[in-house]
Design a protein around this ligand. Structure first.
Ligand code: MEV
Length: 431
């Protein structure tokens, strides 16, 4: 089955037992039977592999991996794996993806995978002259940088540009910053960019007469952007006692709050990152890098604001848009080493880092919509409570069939607390 034949709607998936969920995925061509042991924790990341990844390893750390269904991204159906501990994230994304389907799903684009490497040049006598010297030698410097990584060169990546910034004032006085713009293709790019900066530093010192201090990539990857948009048909928005217009206008008003107020924008963007980070983590990518880039980008105009925008089109439909840096890779690092990350990429049928970025940004937009829709209508707690109650039930010691039964009772009683859950379990055990 080709990627384009796959359907991301699997009705009743939520209610299926684990084995049947796996069977559905195999039957629909998303995964093979060999992949399931990896997902179940056998055949996944081994302690041996882990010991090669970081220092002082004493064990492995697990998180639930859920699948967000119903997504269509750029006309292709995709199931999105999410590694996350928070209830409602997977369900919220799946539900919003279903609403977006009627309007064609998500449309996403990326800029070329260009990262920025920074070199901080100190002790420069004449900053303007030094800047000019570097710019005069730009072609030679780029040609030299192009030879540093032959594999990247073969794949069509490598240096694209060199910029010199003059920092007039800082706690240590003025200095120069050289930016090396580097196309890293399907890699996250930190290694390639850091290596290139370290290699170019001696020439930069000769040209500027200064001393190159830091040589490191910037996580404000504002040349490697991903953007997603979606249209939610007005007719999809009404539910319960809420009219479609009220839901649409409520979502737009919620966004307007985040657009002007950093206190709200931080929470609004956190909701976006619920979706983004879960996929970044599932695919073995560096979620701290993505977080850093997201929030720096949200403050790029000097004031922290919303990463997304919501409005309406001429027909009154709800339209949303999300743009942020998306430095993710599909080669190298944990993505290659972690068997779970490989399975995650396989489920999505990913063939390039840009394609992964387009799916992640779509998940972020869906997640933002899920949060705003809930907040603008019945409030976030209602939806959260059922799922939260299950975690409370487990924390209180409920097992197997008891978990759902206890969670339901806690919600009915409107007392979702561990002490109450324990008391109910005791009552049941006494019977
Ligand atoms: C909770 O994890 C995320 C939300 O707070 C996001 C938001 O407020 O937009 C619900």
């Amino acid at each position: 089955m080709t990627n384009s034949d796959k359907n991301s709607r699997i009705s009743g998936f939520y209610d299926l037992p684990l084995e049947q969920r796996h069977a559905e995925l195999a039957q629909r061509g998303f995964l093979d039977p060999d992949d399931f042991p990896v997902l179940e924790g056998q055949g996944g990341l081994t302690i041996k592999q882990a010991q090669h990844m970081i220092e002082n390893v004493v064990g492995l750390y697990s998180l639930p991996l859920g699948l967000a269904l119903n997504f269509t991204v750029n006309g292709r159906d995709v199931i999105i794996p999410m590694a996350v501990e928070e209830p409602s994230v997977v369900a919220g994304a799946s539900f919003m993806a279903n609403l977006a389907r009627a309007g064609g799903g998500f449309t996403a684009q990326t800029t070329p995978p260009e990262m920025i490497g920074q070199m901080q040049v100190l002790d420069v006598h004449d900053l303007n002259q030094a800047r000019q010297n570097v710019l005069d030698q730009k072609a030679d410097l780029l040609a030299e940088a192009a030879e540093i990584d032959p594999i990247l060169k073969k794949l069509g990546g490598g240096p694209r540009d060199l910029e010199v910034r003059l920092i007039e004032e800082s706690p240590i006085g003025a200095f120069l910053v050289v930016h090396l713009i580097y196309d890293v293709r399907d890699a996250m790019g930190a290694n390639a960019v850091n290596t290139a900066c370290e290699r170019l530093a001696p020439q930069i010192e000769t040209l500027t007469g200064g001393r190159v201090h830091l040589r490191i990539l910037s996580n404000l990857a504002d040349r490697r952007l991903a953007k997603a948009s979606c249209t939610i048909s007005l007719s999809e928005l009404a539910f319960g006692d809420f009219s479609a217009e009220d839901v649409r206008d409520g979502i737009i008003a919620a966004w307007a709050f985040a657009a002007v107020d950093p206190y709200r924008a931080a929470t609004h963007n956190k909701g976006i990152m619920n979706g983004v980070d879960a996929v970044v983590l599932a695919t073995g990518n560096d979620w701290r890098a993505i977080e850093a880039g997201a929030h720096a980008y949200a403050a790029r105009n000097g004031r922290y604001t919303s990463l997304s925008k919501w409005g309406s089109d001429a027909e009154g439909n709800l339209v949303g848009e999300l743009e942020m840096p998306m430095a993710v890779g599909i080669v190298g690092g944990a993505t290659k080493v972690h068997p779970g990350a490989q399975v995650a990429l396989k489920i999505m049928g990913i063939s390039s880092a840009n394609e992964l970025a387009e799916i992640i940004i779509s998940a972020g937009l869906a997640q933002n919509l899920a949060a705003l829709r809930a907040l603008a209508t019945e409030g976030i707690q209602r939806g959260h409570m059922g799922l939260h109650a299950r975690q409370v039930a487990i924390a209180a010691g409920a097992r197997d069939d008891e978990i759902n039964r206890l969670a339901q009772q806690l919600v009915t009683e409107k007392t979702v607390r561990v002490d109450r859950a324990k008391a109910i379990l005791e009552e049941w055990n006494e019977k």
